[in-house]
Design a protein around this ligand. Sequence first.
Ligand SMILES: [Zn+2]
Length: 309
Amino acid sequence: MSMRELTVLGTASQTPTRLRNHNGYVLRWDDEVILFDPGEGSQRQLLHTGITATDLTRICVTHFHGDHCLGLPGTIQRLSLDRVPHPVAVHFPAGGAEYFARLRHASSFHETAELAVEPVTADGQRITLGVGTLEARRLRHPIETYGYRLVEPDGCRMLPERLSAYGIGGPAVGKLLRAGYLDVGGRRVTRDEVSVVRPGQRFAFVMDTGLCDGVYALAEHADLLVIESTFLASEAALAAEVGHLTAGQAARVATESGVRTLVLTHFSQRYADPRRFHDEAREHFTGELVVAEDLTTVPVPPRRVASAG
Ligand SMILES: [Zn+2]
């Protein structure tokens, strides 16, 4: 059974608080373990989760404000210290390449780990992974910012009882899968007759941004959406001015996009009671709702029910 879950390292925007570390998230998705937006202190937060530097396969940075990238120096140096044997891919807005170069070599260390540096140069850029497609979409923030989504293609699940009813077994199953049909006993059996669609799963990561097309493009039919909710509706004007979302806006995006599990995070330190984010979002979203806390894990919900092929 493959494992797909989000681990939250930190949930504070701008500055850490007594209860919240700077941003940071790890998505475990089968054999991909992706670190998103490591803010300050991410290396130590990782220690509390049981996820090691060696586990990481990829790092995605949305933009180069400190709460999203100041954990890069420590994390990158840790990859070398632990002699991580596999290359670790790194994605970030190409316009921030200078910031990345500085963070990567922020201090002296013996560099042994191999980073596969692949900056995002265009809206809609896609990277093909073994588990699906990683896509970057431009967001609306004062500096160049990209959100990411991971899209697993739909697959198909064979139905053994249908296969045996047609007398199909062994290598013939693979042949049918590849060709889409099989001629058996003077009759053509199509793949759709012996299988159902296995819906692909989607994960989306949206921050920091005001409302824009990119937000909706990323959130569309996400099984799990992690989205910034820096402010509440009482600060809606400020949010729009500085390129951030309110809890209510994030929740409406989730509803309009058919999101299943909604994770709110990246909270302004001005709000002491996290319940307020929950209550505001709940007015607009009826699905699974998580107001993120540091060092918690959120599972990707079970696959949507298969439909007849
Ligand atoms: Zn931020």
